[in-house]
Design a protein around this ligand. Structure first.
Ligand SMILES: N[C@@H](CCC(=O)N[C@@H](CS)C(=O)NCC(=O)O)C(=O)O
Length: 207
């Protein structure tokens, strides 16, 4: 089977998928696509016009990132990233939902502040503030739930929870470098530092 991943090099959702592909040692081709490009043909592949999208054997298309990583984890027994069933599985996927939700709120905040389709008068500070509150609450919840003294969030091995959380943290630092998101969040800072040197995290750093 051939895998073609369509995405941008700055998207945290795409990065999550790229890290999963690398951890699972799956071969794939990468097609760079900027969903904000006026000439983008992305909507012909994903009607939502979003990345990532994964094309299987040149025909079937999967989106969004949660669907894609769940599928990829079934393709190989190497480096299982999501527990097979039950509460453990729901726990890892809840971490992912929290991390993705933090990114969703961060993206909403950034678009409200910078999207070229809006005039300055159309920008809404209350929406920025509401989105920022979600990001901060999400980070507080992560810090509160992250186990102290354990190598990874859900046990002794890397899971999708760690990948989703660290891609979210790295993206916040990339897009909002003026803010110290990890001040007073030491367990998250340790997790981020632990994964910072892992090759697939280094190779996919947002740019
Ligand atoms: N829930 C989706 C979110 C994907 C998403 O919002 N991707 C952004 C790039 S970071 C995008 O393509 N935005 C273009 C748009 O919203 O039109 C996922 O996990 O794949």
């Amino acid at each position: 089977m051939t895998l073609l991943l369509i995405g941008s090099l700055s998207s945290p959702y795409v990065r999550k998928v790229r890290i999963v592909l690398a951890e699972k040692k799956l071969d794939y081709r990468f097609q760079e696509e900027n969903p904000w490009d006026i000439d983008s043909q992305l909507a012909q592949i994903n009607p939502l016009g979003k990345v990532p999208a994964l094309v299987l054997d040149g025909k079937d298309v999967l989106y969004d990132s949660r669907v894609i990583v769940e599928y990829l984890d079934t393709l190989s027994p190497v480096g299982k990233l999501i527990p097979a069933r039950g509460r453990e599985r729901a726990h890892v996927k809840t971490w992912e939902a929290l991390a993705d939700g933090v990114v969703d709120a961060g993206v909403a905040m950034r678009l409200e502040q910078t999207w070229a389709g809006r005039t300055e008068a159309q920008r809404c500070q209350a929406w920025v503030d509401r989105s920022l509150t979600k990001v901060l609450r999400g980070l507080d919840a992560m810090q509160a739930q992250a186990p102290v003294g354990q190598a990874f969030l859900t046990g002794p091995h890397l899971s999708l929870a760690d990948i989703a959380v660290v891609t979210a943290l790295d993206w916040l630092a990339f897009r909002f470098p003026e803010r110290d998101w990890l001040q007073n969040r030491p367990t998250l800072a340790q997790l981020q530092a632990r994964l910072a040197t892992r090759p697939c995290f280094v190779e996919t750093a947002p740019r």
